[in-house]
Design a protein around this ligand. Structure first.
Ligand code: SF4
Length: 431
């Protein structure tokens, strides 16, 4: 039996696509290899969003050279870096056998089969993105469900629209069929995925209606999440569906990037700092127990001290319990690279550190206040330190270690009394 090995980098979309590819390989009689040393075909599913991500992949590519000298194997590069650099990458990485663009990811199985069978395939590049029939990974109780791909927004710092292409939405019937399938498999939590998930649009179906329909398909699935929404597309209808539907997790990710209107304008985010904060207020008013996650970028060209202060005040006002914080790095091919007012690495790092310190303190305060009451928890894994304890996660994506009262296993939903916060993890007991 021939074997395959997939390495995945970057976003949840890449993870979902690798899972779909893995299911296709397993369904076609391939075996999953333990590691890069043991496989006949290795696939690197890449990320281009930051230079550091690409640097890491260059390192991984190098690790295949000695292996390929010792044994016959096929090395395939796919994902955003493959899309961005194309066949040119082979000049610097001659160990690569195939470079497969994003739209053709699912055809990797055909390539692998042709290598195994020593047959020829006529490879026709897809003009459009193809969704897989399912992204389910056997045995998982959390699953991703891609619903759209690509982005039309062209934020001035982002490479995604250039490598993933324009927005394309998946047939809602296919999405609902997949949700029913996941529900029948005992999956407990799904995340609807897209680079700009709430701009989903297929005929007359828009994201709020789709989300409502997805909720109504579920009986085992307890929490439905979605990643990543754009603030400008966050409609009142969507807020109503989140409030009304019990299965939509009351923890949402609303990327802010900056709270300064000047910086947001330079970023081409298409909302002002006030509009962002009004949106958060509106959601909080309608759904008082909601919590938020955020993306924040500091050190963007032209960001002044007062712009940064506005971001810190917004972080203080909203009280995010999760934050993805980073500083701007030039991404070749994006408009921001040529903008005036670029800061030094040291200045950007310092600003980021101030932000991280501030957020850690704020999140601890917010979480501390929430450390009480009985909550529903998804069991993740037995505690490594104590056989009578389990690690779980609540609706708000917060981890809790709790004493078990009845036998439980990963994937079970249980009620846990939250007692106190220890570092970033709650401590509780099953009730
Ligand atoms: S919305 Fe902006 S940051 Fe997000 S993928 Fe699209 S261009 Fe990139």
């Amino acid at each position: 039996m021939s074997s395959f090995f997939i390495e995945t980098y970057g976003c949840q979309m890449n993870t979902a696509e690798s899972d779909a590819l893995e299911a296709l390989f397993l369904g076609s009689g391939w075996e999953k290899a333990e590691g890069q040393q043991d496989c006949d075909v290795a696939i690197i599913n890449t990320c281009s969003v930051r230079q550091s991500a690409e640097n890491r992949i260059w390192g991984r590519l190098g690790s295949y050279t000695p292996i390929k000298k010792k044994k016959k194997m096929t090395l395939i590069l796919t994902g955003c870096m493959a899309e961005r650099l194309g066949e040119d990458i082979k000049k610097d990485a001659p160990q690569l056998d195939y470079v497969v663009p994003v739209n053709d990811k699912l055809k990797i199985l055909e390539i692998a089969n042709s290598v195994r069978d020593e047959s020829q395939i006529e490879f026709v590049h897809s003009q459009n993105y193809d969704f897989a029939s399912s992204y389910y990974k056997e045995g998982e109780f959390s699953s991703f469900v891609p619903i759209m791909n690509g982005c039309n927004n062209f934020c001035s710092y982002c490479i995604v629209p250039y490598v993933r292409g324009r927005e394309v939405s998946r047939d809602p019937q296919q999405i609902l069929d997949e949700v029913r399938f996941l529900d029948s498999k005992g999956v407990r939590e799904i995340t609807l995925l897209g680079q700009n998930v709430n701009s989903y649009s297929y005929g007359d179906m828009h994201f709020p209606e789709l989300l409502e329909k997805v909720c109504r398909q579920c009986s085992n699935i307890r929490w439905i999440r979605f990643e990543s929404p754009h603030p400008k597309d966050f409609s009142d209808e969507l807020i109503e569906v989140i409030a009304r539907e019990e299965r939509v997790a009351k923890h949402i990710h609303v990327p802010m990037q900056s709270a300064s209107t000047n910086v947001l304008k330079a970023m081409n985010r298409r909302y002002t700092g006030d509009q962002y904060l009004s949106l958060i207020d509106k959601i909080k008013t309608r759904i008082p127990d909601i919590t938020f996650a955020v993306d924040v970028m500091v050190g963007f060209p032209g960001e002044r001290e007062e712009d940064f202060s506005k971001t810190l005040s917004a972080m203080d006002r909203v009280g995010y319990i999760e934050a993805y914080m980073y500083y701007w790095n030039p991404r070749k091919g994006t408009r921001a690279c040529d903008m005036a007012g670029q800061m030094t690495e040291k200045e950007k790092q310092q600003r980021l550190q101030v932000l991280i310190d501030f957020q850690l303190k704020k999140a601890a305060e917010v979480k501390q206040k929430r450390a009480c009451g009985i909550q529903e928890v998804l069991c993740l894994s037995p505690s490594r330190d104590n056989g009578n304890q389990m690690l779980g996660r609540n609706e708000h994506n917060e981890n809790v270690v709790f004493d078990i009262k009845t036998p439980v296993k990963p994937g079970d939903m249980v009620k846990v009394e939250f007692l106190y916060l220890n570092g970033n993890t709650y401590v509780g007991r099953q009730v």
